[in-house]
Design a protein around this ligand. Structure first.
Ligand code: LMR
Length: 397
């Protein structure tokens, strides 16, 4: 039977991790997978996570099972950070998930359970795992153009007409902030326009919220999606702590649902737990336990926030340095988060890798959080060498 399986290509993004490590060049640049690097090129464990982990080692009395919902105290403590004053109270429920990917998978399965044959609208380009994940969960994926990477402009007209054409009950994937892969976020007026259509057309927003704090700051990054949350009766939010607490491999996330009533929220919770049980039984605990300890302690929370603010500032300094290095990249300062996606000519990504030791996704997505301010000139020169810089200074002006 196993002979019937077809070979699968390795995941394009994750394959970059290995390719980069195997490259012996000392001056190579890793702009591939979305992990943050500090001024020394390291992906540090947050000071607050280290402190929380020390506490865990000392104080944790058991590693016995928790249950399919995972660490519910972690889920509760995260709520004020995610929802702030827009927390819908008893209408909101949630469970702990293995990272943002686990949260998306649970959200997608919840949609399919509630409405078999449901569709989800996805703006392109998108995180390469979105469409396969949704299809694997049983959703029909319908796409529309979100950003034109040649002009670096948001295609609001296409987005609006896709949403206007969606059927009541369809889901729509929205990036909460720091759009992966383009860095092009909605401004507040655009969020309001999306909120109005989503509410009027009876669509179900699924917010992918994986980079809070890495764009404009913890609170500012949440303002847009909360406009949608306020406008609708039902919404799903897939949250990841992997980046903003730096616990990538510990797989730490949560999926939240706003339901029409408190009673339906209870039923949603039971369904999320049942889906978690058949997928992974219960999520890995360590990352969530460390995050919980931070959020229970005002001093650790302050330290976490200040380290996160520093990371956010460094990413924005890299954006500014690239814009200074070449004014055709000025649009980078108006985008947000770890990523940008240039329209690179065919073969250019490969040449950047082989001739310049610069690693990025095959789509032309670059993880700017992997770059040093001092390497901005080197990157710009390499992009110019392979004709991957935008042709015009007027891009997204
Ligand atoms: C990325 O987009 O680079 C990250 O979200 C890592 C991943 O899982 O793809």
């Amino acid at each position: 039977m196993l002979d019937h399986l077809q070979p699968q290509p390795p995941d394009g993004l994750l394959a970059l991790i290995r390719a980069f490590h195997e490259d012996p060049r000392a001056d190579k640049l890793d702009l591939g997978v979305g992990v943050y690097r500090d001024e020394s090129g390291n992906t540090p464990v947050f000071r607050a996570i280290k402190a929380a982990e020390r506490r865990l080692v000392e104080e944790q009395t058991t590693k016995a099972y928790l249950g399919p919902e995972g660490d519910m105290r972690f889920v509760e403590l995260l709520r004020p950070i995610v929802f702030g004053a827009c927390d819908p109270g008893a209408r909101l429920t949630g469970v702990h998930s293995p990272g943002g990917t686990g949260a998306l998978r649970l959200a997608a399965e919840l949609i399919v359970t509630a409405r078999p044959g449901a569709r989800i609208h996805l703006g392109l380009p998108s995180w390469p795992n979105h469409a396969p994940l949704f299809r694997a969960a049983g959703l029909e994926v319908v796409t529309y153009p979100y950003v034109d990477i040649v002009t670096q402009r948001l295609d609001l007209t296409s987005m609006m007409s896709a949403l206007e054409g969606a059927k009541a009950g369809d889901a729509v994937l929205l990036n909460g902030c720091c759009h992966n892969p383009t860095g092009v976020d909605l401004d507040l007026d655009q969020w309001d326009a999306v909120a109005e259509i989503v509410a009027r057309r009876g669509l179900l927003p699924l917010i992918d919220f994986a980079y809070q704090g890495l764009g404009r700051g913890l609170e500012a990054d949440a303002v847009g999606f909360r406009r949608v949350l306020d406008a609708v009766d039902e919404a799903l939010i897939a949250y990841s702590c992997d980046k903003n607490f730096g616990v990538y491999r510990d797989r730490t996330g949560a999926v939240y649902a706003k339901a029409r009533h408190a009673e339906s929220a209870e039923i949603v919770l039971g369904n999320l737990a049942a889906l978690a049980r058949v997928n992974w039984s219960m999520p890995p605990d360590h990352g969530a336990a460390a995050v919980r300890l931070i959020l229970e302690d005002a001093e650790l929370t302050r330290d976490w926030r200040s380290e996160l603010d520093g990371m956010c500032a460094r990413i924005n300094a890299v954006r500014a340095a690239l814009a200074r290095a070449d004014d055709r990249l000025a649009f980078l300062t108006r985008q947000s988060g770890m990523f940008c996606n240039l329209a690179v000519p065919k073969g250019a990504v490969e040449r950047l890798r082989s001739e310049h030791g610069i690693y990025m996704a095959g789509s032309g997505r670059m993880n700017l959080a992997g770059l040093q301010v001092g390497d901005a000139g080197t990157l710009v020169a390499a992009l110019a060498d392979v004709a991957a810089l935008p042709a015009s200074r007027a891009v997204a002006a």
